[in-house]
Design a protein around this ligand. Structure first.
Ligand code: SF4
Length: 374
């Protein structure tokens, strides 16, 4: 009988979609190198040897949060020594003329007014018109909708009017009620997260998607999570701009144990690479698979570019959420460092914006502007 890798190779050649069982069997294969090669083949058919990155900055305006999810090292209650909140001026001080994207997420702040959030975006737009704003997880959008008595669509539309161009993929964690009840019982579950992204796609906001893995979830739950994303992407595929949008990327996030003691250590590099490869093979309708260097580490992220990933995120600037959980990676990387990292892995660095439009292609020691078709 043919091995699972033989069967999946044949499906890939015939452009046949992988099933839940295929993906589960792939998690059990020993030959991770062959799995990676297959995922790389699929990635290259779409993106050649390109690896995307962005000059970006993460801004977490406050860690004060009304919830206390068990797996979270980032959030704090007001009055605690580590609690902080930024003024709009402090948000602006984290922006500069080099940035293409800001990624803004934070705690569910108990007191901030609706106008504060809108004003933050207006100020960024006014001072740094070249920056694209990617902000607020579905968890935050749900919170704003309830707190300020606005529909999700209205929340998104008002943010769009002041500069929001995309949603990040956070807050999805893993779409399992079992895990949700154990680790984040008061946070929205899969149906609401998917509903909010569906509405975002409908109003023309592209979004990203994530999976937090390596804690207490099973491989079945990981695969079911990916399949729910694939299903939503199938549904919203017809909403292509200007009528709508879909998921731009899938970002597997390796869980950082920090002080929560949910697990003793973060997933192995092999587990990271297999997850990336299976995502590339299973998620045939999500264009970009990201190897997020903050959680995987630079070394694994560069290897992941040969396991199906075509993106390693960006310069980041100041990562607080994973580093609150003791992530071992640096808090930021320079553009030169990212370019070098990608080159060393044998790929061509492609600088992009928040919407995956090409800014520069770094061919050898030169670059040519906008030369990669999207
Ligand atoms: S995971 Fe998000 S919602 Fe939960 S406590 Fe942390 S910041 Fe708050």
């Amino acid at each position: 009988m043919a091995s699972i890798l033989d069967r999946v190779t044949s499906k890939v050649q015939q452009q046949e979609r992988l099933t839940r069982d295929d993906a589960l069997e792939l998690f059990a294969v020993d030959d991770a190198i062959r799995l990676g090669r297959l995922a790389d083949q699929v990635k290259r058919a779409r993106w050649s040897d390109r690896a995307h990155f962005v000059i970006n900055r993460q801004i977490n305006p406050s860690n004060i949060c009304v919830l206390s999810c068990r797996f979270c090292d980032f959030a704090a209650k007001r009055g605690r020594a580590n609690a902080y909140e930024m003024t709009i001026q402090e948000v602006l001080e984290r922006c500069n003329v080099e940035l293409r994207e800001v990624h803004i997420v934070g705690g569910l702040h108990p007191d901030w007014k609706w106008e504060y959030y809108l004003e933050m975006f207006r100020a960024i737009q006014a001072n740094f018109p070249q920056i694209q704003i990617k902000a607020w997880t579905a968890v935050e959008i749900d919170y704003f909708s309830k707190k300020f008595r606005l529909s999700v669509e209205e929340v998104l539309r008002q943010f769009q009017e002041v500069g929001l161009v995309a949603l990040p993929g956070g807050g999805a964690e893993v779409f399992s009620e079992r895990v949700r009840k154990a680790l984040f019982p008061f946070k929205i579950g899969a149906p609401r997260w998917l509903e909010i992204h569906r509405i975002a796609h409908k109003v023309g906001l592209p979004t990203n998607s994530t999976l937090l893995y390596g804690h207490m979830e099973t491989h079945e739950e990981r695969v079911d999570h990916m399949l729910k994303l694939r299903e939503l992407q199938d549904d919203t595929r017809g909403f292509t701009p200007p009528r709508g949008a879909g998921f731009m990327s899938f970002i597997p996030l390796a869980y950082q144990p920090g002080k929560t003691q949910v697990v003793a250590r973060q997933p192995s590099a092999l587990e990271d690479l297999k997850t990336i490869a299976i995502a590339r093979l299973l998620l045939d309708n999500i264009p970009h698979i990201k190897a997020y260097w903050v959680t995987m580490g630079e070394e694994s992220a560069s290897v992941a570019l040969h396991f199906g990933a075509d993106d390693i995120d960006g310069t980041i600037g100041e990562e607080r959420i994973m580093h609150a959980a003791d992530a071992a990676s640096p808090v930021s990387l320079t553009r030169d460092h990212l370019v070098e990292l990608i080159r060393e892995s044998g790929c061509t660095p492609v600088e992009r914006d928040a919407l995956y439009h090409t800014i520069q292609v770094y061919n050898d020691h030169a670059y040519c502007e906008n030369s990669v078709p999207q």
